[in-house]
Design a binder for this molecule. Sequence first.
Ligand code: G6P
Length: 490
Amino acid sequence: MDRADLVVVANRLPVDRVVDTDGTETWRRSPGGLVTALEQVMAKTDGAWVGWGGKADLDIEPFDFEGTLLVPVPLSAEDLKYYYEGFSNGTIWPLYHDVIAAPVYRRSWWDAYVRVNRRFAEAAAEVADQEGFVWVQDYQLQLVPQMLRELRPDLTIGYFHHIPFPAYGLYSQLPWRRQVLEGLLGADVLGFQRVADAGNFQRSVRRIFKYPTRANEIEVPAGDGGSRSVIAAPFPISIDAQAFIELSQRPDIRARAVEIREQLGNPKKILLGVDRLDYTKGIRHRLKAFGELLDDGAVTVGEVALVQIASPSRPGVEAYQDLRDEIELTVGRINGDYDTMHHTAIRYLHQGFPREEMVALYLAADVMLITALRDGMNLVAKEYVAVRTDNRGVLVLSEFAGAADELTTALLVNPHDIDGMKDLILRAINMPEAEQSRRMRAMRRKVLENDVEAWGRSFMKAVDAVRNKRATGAPIPREVKPTPRKKPRE
Ligand code: G6P
């Protein structure tokens, strides 16, 4: 098998299997954020990507896709149940999102997580070139860095954590808290979304292992009696802002935005929510606030419409099934009470859409509602901002989404405070254009400057600094491990 100098390891491959009408199977680039985020980093080398092909028991040979070697890792139905639905999405996901849903601690799930992480590590070890760089992605694979280091000490290893890292008071619930930290500390550079996430991680390392930490650098004892520097720092992820801007200028997409407004009966204001159907997203809280605004007569159907896209997610996990039932009951009730023959209160779509349609929706929306109870970053916030080239539109953004650290001129909301959220929604609906423009301009500057290319570059700079330290002993420069100005404790 060909070896690669840069290997990405993620739970999913960056492609979806599509079956044509004649039954032939092909692969199509998946629309997800992670894929586009890494696209630009991958484009610079002949890279490889190790990941699951998206279907149980799919056992196929590595293949080339648009210049990247894709290495499928087979997962059985049982692996998916215990490792993916179980430990990843029934234990770690709720625990790391501030226990919004109750995490389940099951030893059989943990055993599967260890087993499957090893399979990913072995696949990466096999495809990585001598002294190459392997970049592990996200919470499904936290043990891979250490496993890989044991298999291939010559490699440089990065890890990026796309979701929050919880405060020690919560993290310490995890029966395998030592093993997970050990797994992560196998990396040379650990990237987090927010200052608070990197801080929470470092505090857990200090509490559990007592390793010294200094300005984002952790000294981890090495087998030879010496120590190894690990960087654990914030690298907030972003989007390919230019690609979104280009889509927003396309005449067909602009026409589609106008058509969407017409199809909704040309309401004065369109509110938009775009989320995976996940309990972390605060969809119930948002519906509660909107429903009460209708009850109060503060907004009227026909004048204001809410479009809620809730893309299907993790349907095998019970908490997601329950959430779907609850949301659909609520939407049905609100629409039942307020719809007319001509207009709907909430246009609810339990579907995923291609990027073009998403951009048309962003262009059609006067107000974007992001009310997550906890969210690593929330790239939808950045996408909405990027496409608003006329500086119109209002972003209502949860304080609990990573994006709030950067998009500080959004209308920041605490989604638990229903009255506060109602006030902010009304303020957004009635905001004068001059204020919209002032706020949007500042946000657009941030998103355009800190785009995904800048994100990849700053992560790779940290990787190079660690490599250099290992080779020459040169200290890691301050700018690649910036000390946070403020240290929020969470
Ligand atoms: C979040 C996670 C990703 C995950 C995505 C979709 O964004 O950070 O790692 O891939 O959700 O979830 P799924 O379970 O469908 O892969």
